[in-house]
Design a protein around this ligand. Structure first.
Ligand code: PMP
Length: 350
């Protein structure tokens, strides 16, 4: 670790889900969308003026922000773009927290939050779930400076309703509340975006990775009061002015315009999720009520089950962490893949 900063030496980096190359797997481990992105993207790529790549992209991402603003019924001034929501979250923490500030988030949640808190040297309050769900009462009257929640939460997949988030935001008016809505497309009545008009302490973070089958272009965004967006831009312009590249912006633009295609595949994923959830319940398994594109399933010897599924070419996610190490997390794939998953799981458990 010669030449390492203290930060590089001490940090425990996030472990991303496996992307193995040894053989072709049915990939149900990183919550990518089960369906390809809109075919209109083929046209964009075919017609893309390659010479334009010699120019830097628009640092303000104006066209895409305006399009997102239309869809989210807000103004482009309320939208911030970056490379995937991971980067947006990281910049948000840099924008709204100082070293030694406290950040509160659930004990069981997206494990990147721990890494960000350490990276920015924050104090953490990790709040236990109740019956696997976030209880907003636990987040009222905290001494901490800010709150970070995934809604729906990961890896549980369970969501809070908009009214519950509003209650939380209303009761923490002098603190920032960041709501990570990576999986919101697969839920109903849970988005907090409409609240940003009323509350200046709420930042909502979303991504095209899951909802728009575009994990490969790394496009995430935040929606919030203009004051919050300005702070994010101050951070972005102090790290990398041209975060989002030309190709990603061109692809994202046609994707977000093709709402019909995405409503259709989202409905298919939700229908498959409900069918698979019922099948698992009928097998006598405990499955959390999911509002996302994955299921969190309790199984005996979860680690063994994960390994055996992998041997059979089906990749799911196992977390070696107290409280969740008796579960596997399974992304909702297309129906034929989910049937194979169910068949193999049944066989392994027998
Ligand atoms: N938030 C949550 C809860 C996630 O599960 C993920 C995906 N791993 C992300 C944010 C980041 O997604 P992306 O960077 O692809 O936008």
């Amino acid at each position: 670790m010669k030449f390492y900063s203290k930060l590089a030496k001490d940090i425990i980096p996030y472990t991303a889900g496996e992307q193995p190359k040894d053989k072709k797997y049915i990939k149900l481990n990183t919550n990518e969308n089960a369906y390809p992105p809109t075919p209109q993207i083929k046209e964009v790529l075919r017609n893309f003026e390659y010479q334009d790549l010699l120019l830097y992209p628009d640092p303000d991402g104006t066209e895409l922000r305006e399009e997102l603003a239309k869809i989210k019924k807000t103004s482009f001034k309320n939208i911030f773009l970056s490379n995937g929501s991971d980067e947006v979250l990281s910049m948000a923490i840099a924008a709204f927290f100082d070293e030694d500030d406290t950040i509160a988030y659930p004990q069981i949640t997206y494990s990147f939050y721990d890494v960000y808190a350490d990276y920015y040297r924050l104090k953490k309050i990790k709040i236990a779930l109740k019956d696997y769900q976030i209880d907003i009462n636990d987040y009222l009257g905290l001494d901490g400076k800010g709150i970070l929640l995934a809604n729906p939460n990961a890896p549980t997949g369970m969501a809070l309703k908009t009214q519950e988030i509003e209650e939380l935001v209303k009761n923490n008016k002098d603190k920032i509340v960041i709501v990570d809505q990576a999986y919101i497309a697969f839920s109903q009545g849970c988005s907090s975006i409409e609240l940003i008009k009323e509350y200046d302490n709420l930042l909502v973070v979303e991504t095209l990775s899951k909802s728009h089958s575009l994990a490969g272009i790394r496009l995430g965004y935040a929606v919030g009061n203009q004051n919050l967006i300005d702070a994010l831009n101050r951070i972005k312009n102090s790290i990398n002015s041209y975060t989002v590249n030309r190709l990603s912006m061109a692809v994202a633009l046609v994707a977000v315009r093709d709402g019909d295609y995405y409503s259709d595949i989202t409905a298919k994923i939700v229908a498959t999720r409900e069918r698979v959830c019922d099948a698992l319940t009928n097998m006598g398994l405990f499955v959390l009520k999911s509002s996302s594109n994955f299921l969190f399933i309790k199984v005996k010897n979860a680690c063994q089950v994960y390994k055996e599924l992998k041997n059979r070419g089906i990749l799911v996610r196992y977390f070696d962490k107290k409280g969740v190490n008796d579960f596997i997390r399974v992304t909702i794939g297309q129906d034929k893949d989910m049937d194979l998953f169910l068949e193999n799981l049944k066989d392994i458990l027998a």
